[in-house]
Every structure is written in structure tokens, then in C-alpha cells.
Design a binder for this molecule. Structure first.
Ligand code: GDP
Length: 449
């Protein structure tokens, strides 16, 4: 942990996951080039080479034996990801080779990097602000078109630019208000209170817009949870399998087979959906089943969409209590077997999970619940709980500032509230951070990033 604070040490770690054809081992720090030179034999030493160059050669062990043929990429401070000298060694994808290179680098004075340490150093060196550093982790984790889109917008810095503009406005106001203090004898107002008020309202509107984007941002980043509910044997497991086109759930004829919740995920038009097949809700004395049913209730309350399944021979839907933000989709299954000419309410989707009938309509309905119209690659959307909490606190401080203006309080009191807003906005971009926050953020990164 101490190593993460000390940016003078040189760190080393594999930057790629095992199993690929090649592996990249990364060194960063003021001894990176010297350490790499002690392992690398090329046409000339890396210490003589310029930054942004590639070098072919081989890595030798302590006895001068060749371990592997490699290509080395050299980046010189400050023009690198971390701002320090960086050497990236691309070797063949053998775990043994990787381990040997890392071991030898450590023997020659490097330290094993902790999770996220390269990106943390980039942040501390001012290469990127905190929200952009966090987006690096999001982009690596992104697994759908939309989760990638929001992460890459954040990584490119559109979000930081928006927050930066808000902070700039507020800082300007603060300086005007604080200037009044220097002239307090003369009773002057450098910051016109009417303008000040309308500016605060405008900033609050923008903060509120960002806060309300969190609902969609969270869905785009983490996916939509759909709880599939219904009586035993209506075909919940079969439907889950059909939705994810895979045999994840166990299907059987005995009512109550799905004792526990089973999940599977799939992507529908760029959005990840997480389907949870719940145990049927019905009276039972079986302890295991009862536990499954309790879990069903918990799953249901956390889901964004409740998909209620019934069958064509008994197309009734028991009453379901929905949360304020929950969407409800009613589906009738087994239309291949029973009463094909049944008439249903217009919102009910008839399907045969077994034969795949009606599945396109069902997928379209699920997708239409996530409204991505009007969003594009430049949309600034909050996807991060930490940012959302900071924006909410900024909004509260804004309320206080507005009240101070309305009550005609003195400039120094108003500026104190504005400083609080600045503080909370600064938490997002990292102008204001504690070591604990940094640790929490970067410890979720992988090693080598
Ligand atoms: P669950 O208890 O709600 O999870 O129900 P299952 O998915 O285990 O299905 C119960 C039975 O219904 C199994 O025998 C399935 O093969 C059958 N089943 C599921 N979907 C359909 C369907 O669309 N048509 C027909 N004919 N049978 C189905």
C-alpha cells in the first residue's frame, strides 16, 4: 500500500491477461529504462534511444541465457501514460516468460505494481483527472455498445469539461464576493445579486440534469435487471434460456424445480439485460423452496423490470405490487399448445418460449423500456454512484447559497456556501480527494492498469 503513495519507485506488472498469444509487461518510473536495459539485448541500449520508439531484441536471464524474443516500446517522461519513463515489453504469451521477466525486474529494484497503480500515478502526475481515470476502469469493463459509449465519453473528458465550466463560473463568483470583503467599509457589491441568483439557478439546473441522468447512466453501465416471475411450470426457465439462447436454467416438468434464483445475461441492441429466473411464488412447506421464494421477493424488489409469465391455458395474472420506478411486462406462454385464438389485452405479449414464437416482440418491448433516443456519443451522463452522491451534495449546498442570496446575507456567507459547492464538484474530478477515496477507487482496477 505504501508503494502506491511513493511515485519515485519503479513499478512493474503484466498489463495483459494470461492466455493470449503475446503478453505485455509494463515498467514505469525513473529506473524503468535502466532496469529494462539490464534484461534486454537489442541493437543498442534503450538508454540511448528516444521516446516513442520500438526495439526488437531478446531478454536474457542472470546467466545470459535467452528467455524470449521481444519487442520493447519506449516512452520517455513526461510524454507517457503515467508521466514517468515507461517501458513496455511485448513477449510471447507464456506465463513462465512473464513471471521470469517480472521476477528479474523486481530483483533489479522494481516493485510489483498494486491494482490501478499506473492509472493512479497518471492521475497524481496530472495526466488525467479523477473522473477520467475512473472511466479507464469502466472502459475495460464495458461489454455493450452503450456501456462503452458512456465510458469513452467520460474518458475523453467531455464530462470533466462540463464540470470544469461549472466550477469556473462559481470560482469567478466567489472571487467577486470575496473582493467585497476587502472593501467592506464602503458597502459595495461587486457581484450583482440578481445576476448571482440567476447564475446559481442555472448551475443548479445543470447539476439537476446531471443527477437525473444517473438513472439511465446506471442502466447503460450496469445493465437492466429483469425478474421473471410466475406460477411454477409456466415456462420461466425455458423463457430464460430462450432469451439468452443458452441452456443456463434447468428445465423440468416437476413444479417447483427452480428452487433458487438463476441468472443469465444477454445484450439487446447495445444494452445488457440481466434476467433472473425466480422460484415460483406458491404455498410450500419445503424449507429449501421457502428460502427460494423469500429470495424471489428480494430479487423482485431490486429489479427494474418485472416480467410476469403465465400460460395460454390459464392466462390470468395474479396481482403484483410494483415499486415506483418498476416497469411491468405481461407475457402469455405456450401459445403453441393452447388456445391459439385467445384474445389478450393489447399490452400482453403472446409467446412460445419453446418454439421461439413472439420472442422478437418481447425483446423489442424490453428494449423500448430503456429510452436512448436523444442520447449520442457526446451525451454527458452520470454513471458513477460516487459522482451522483457528490452532485447531490453540491445541489444541497446550492440550495443554501440561494437561500443566503434571498435572505440578503453578506458576501462572505454566500461565498462560503459557494465554496462548499466547489468542494463537492471538485470531489468528482479529484481536485479535492483524500487518500482513502483514491485507494477505494484504484483498488478496483486490475493490476497492470
Ligand atoms: P418454470 O417452472 O416456470 O421454470 O417452467 P419450466 O421452464 O421448467 O417449464 C415447465 C414445462 O413447460 C417444461 O416441460 C417445458 O418444456 C414446458 N414449456 C415451457 N415453455 C413451453 C412452450 O412455449 N410450449 C410448450 N408446449 N411447453 C413449454
Amino acid at each position: 500500500m505504501i508503494a502506491t503513495l511513493d511515485t519515485t519507485t519503479t513499478i512493474v506488472a503484466p498489463a495483459t491477461a494470461p492466455g493470449g498469444a503475446v503478453m505485455v509487461i509494463r515498467l514505469s518510473g525513473n529506473r524503468a529504462i535502466a532496469i529494462a536495459d539490464s534484461l534486454f539485448r537489442g541493437r543498442r541500449p534503450l538508454s540511448d534511444a528516444e521516446g516513442y520508439t520500438l526495439h526488437y531484441g531478446h531478454i536474457v536471464d542472470d546467466k545470459g541465457q535467452t528467455i524470449d524474443d521481444v519487442v520493447v516500446a519506449l516512452f520517455r517522461a513526461p510524454h507517457s501514460y503515467t508521466g514517468d519513463d515507461i517501458v513496455e515489453i511485448t513477449a510471447h504469451g507464456s506465463e513462465y516468460i512473464t513471471q521470469e521477466i517480472v521476477r528479474m525486474a523486481i530483483e533489479r529494484g522494481a516493485m510489483m505494481a498494486t491494482a490501478g497503480e499506473f492509472t493512479r500515478r497518471a492521475f497524481l502526475a496530472g495526466k488525467m483527472d479523477l473522473s477520467r481515470a475512473e472511466a479507464v476502469a469502466d472502459i475495460i469493463a464495458s461489454d455493450s455498445r452503450w456501456s462503452h459509449m458512456v465510458a469513452s465519453t467520460q474518458m475523453r473528458g467531455d464530462y470533466s469539461a462540463k464540470l470544469g465550466a461549472l466550477r469556473g463560473e462559481l470560482l469567478r463568483l466567489c472571487s467577486l464576493l470575496e473582493l467585497e470583503l476587502d472593501f467592506s467599509e464602503e458597502d459595495v457589491e461587486f457581484a450583482d445579486r440578481r445576476m448571482l441568483r440567476s447564475l446559481l439557478v442555472e448551475v443548479d439546473n445543470q447539476i439537476n440534469r446531471l443527477c437525473s441522468s444517473f438513472a439511465i447512466g446506471n442502466v447503460l453501465k450496469n445493465g437492466v435487471t429483469v425478474a421473471i416471475i410466475g406460477r411454477p411450470n409456466v415456462g420461466k426457465s425455458t423463457l430464460l434460456n430462450a432469451l439468452v439462447e443458452d441452456d443456463r436454467a434447468m428445465v423440468s416438468d416437476i413444479a417447483g424445480t427452480t428452487r433458487d434464483t438463476i441468472e443469465a445475461t444477454t445484450i439487446i441492441d447495445g444494452i445488457r439485460y440481466r434476467f433472473i429466473d425466480t422460484a415460483g411464488i406458491h404455498a410450500t412447506t419445503d424449507r429449501l423452496e421457502q428460502m427460494g421464494i423469500e429470495r424471489t421477493h428480494r430479487t423482485m424488489s431490486n429489479a427494474s423490470i418485472i416480467l410476469h409469465l403465465t400460460t395460454a391455458d390459464e392466462p390470468t395474472f395474479e396481482d403484483v405490487e410494483l415499486g415506483p420506478e418498476q416497469h411491468y411486462v405481461r407475457v402469455v406462454n405456450k401459445i403453441d399448445r393452447y388456445a391459439k385464438d385467445n384474445r389478450y389485452d393489447s399490452d400482453v405479449i403472446p409467446i412460445s418460449a419453446q418454439q421461439g414464437t413472439g420472442m422478437t416482440m418481447l425483446r423489442e418491448r424490453l428494449r423500448s423500456i430503456v429510452d436512448t433516443r436523444g442520447l449520442d456519443s457526446g451525451s454527458v451522463i452520470v454513471t458513477n454512484m460516487r459522482h451522483y452522491a457528490a452532485l447531490k451534495s453540491a445541489h444541497e449546498a446550492l440550495g443554501d447559497a440561494l437561500q443566503a442570496v434571498d435572505n440578503d446575507l453578506s458576501g462572505d456567507l454566500i461565498s462560503e456556501d459557494i465554496r462548499r459547492i466547489l468542494h463537492h464538484l471538485g470531489e468528482i474530478t479529484g481536485e479535492i480527494t483524500s487518500d482513502d477515496i483514491l485507494h477505494t477507487i484504484f483498488s478496483h482496477f486490475c493490476i497492470g492498469k
